[in-house]
Design a protein around this ligand. Sequence first.
Ligand code: URP
Ligand code: ZN
Ligand code: ZN
Length: 479
Amino acid sequence: MTVLITGGTVVNADRSERADVLCEEGLITAVGENLDAPKGATIVDAGGQYVMPGGIDPHTHMQLPFMGTVASDDFYSGTAAGLAGGTTMIIDFVIPAPQQNLMDAYNEWRGWAEKSVADYTFHVAITWWDDSVHADMGTLVNECGVNSFKHFMAYKGAIMADDEVLVNSFTRARELGAICTVHAENGELVFRLQKDIYEKGITGPEGHPLSRPPEVEGEAANRAIRIAEVLKVPLYVVHTSCRQALESITRARLEGQRVFGEALAGHLLIDDSVYRNTDFEVAAAHVMSPPFRAPEHQEALWHGLQSGSLQTTATDHCCFCADQKAAGKDDFRLIPNGTGGIENRLEVLWDQGVNTGRLTMNEFVAVTSTNAAQIFNVYPRKGSISVGADADIVVWDPEASKTISAKTHFQNVDYNIFEGMTVTGCASHTISQGKVVYANGELQVERGVGRYVDRPAFAPYYEALNRQAQLAEPVAVDR
Ligand code: URP
Ligand code: ZN
Ligand code: ZN
């Protein structure tokens, strides 16, 4: 398919320019003024609109088996919903059960993802440790295009990585040239607080944020950062939700440490009052970890994005319907943790980021696409409107307005955490792999066309890190 996008303003992370964009055979083949339309080309009229790199959501969990159930959006419905909102690639997570062989888990997830309608790639979680995990991390980096490993510092008794696992895995990741990522919450503290709160008779969803206060996240973020500092490995902190964690990231970056931070659209827009809703279904629909925070933390997160302390935005898209959330009707600890948002991330961030003057359009592109592509080493194939890049593009109508609702969204979940929010600025067209897959409210996707995207290791930079680590070897004193 050949597509010519005419009359728009191309907005990349580094500049904006009036230009047409020609897409042929899945790639961008020309960017310039007044391009001629090849015979048979589909024309997308982008007059008065912005033409931006498709969104990259670096944190999703499609059809994740979690807390006794499975996330309701699978790789088909979830990637389709993403396209409807202008997101053209996801980075999902392979999460082995404790003791599960890493390669088995990786192959299982690769099989599930074959139904995707947009491109995808995987972080792999390290949930336990032995020699096979050490070896499989090597296979994943050297043969499978994985360059990032995830560590859940929470979910004790399930997928939690303790300090021993972190130290082993961080060391191995540096050797291999991979980046480490962490879900930063102190799992021991969460476990204790959950028990205390439940035993005090607080059994409803309001107990969820009480058991996961910001200090619990700040402690874990700081611990992971300091472990990464000692072991000289770059670190990416997922779903940074509070000032305490942000301050640790900011301090480390000021000290020259290679640490990155991600903010979720939900954490930027929604506050913790949702947990005090008297309707169990509404409160439970917002149960995710880390929880939504008091408003002061949202402002801090915006400042983090504005200042560059946080580089990416994501959704942690992990949907559970009301009947699944009902598992925790009498005990908040059993409510499956997770919320959605892949379809709405770009529009809510545009509305609350660009329309409010917090972010420029170029910064918007950086935090929704380009920075993730650079941090996870798929730039400029992804995250860029330039010749040779994949033709993953969103055409953005800054005047279009809509009210978000579960009644009209494509996500396979019966609740929308942004329900009732009216946004100005939406995707009018999404182009994925050079094909128009979403136009003016209509999705036209093909099951299984999504491709697995290889992400090479970060060789030269890590060679320097590994050299430094050797130089730092202590020398015994000869007595
Ligand atoms: O509550 C959440 N975030 N569920 C998905 C798993 C995770 O912690 O990222
Ligand atoms: Zn998490
Ligand atoms: Zn997650």
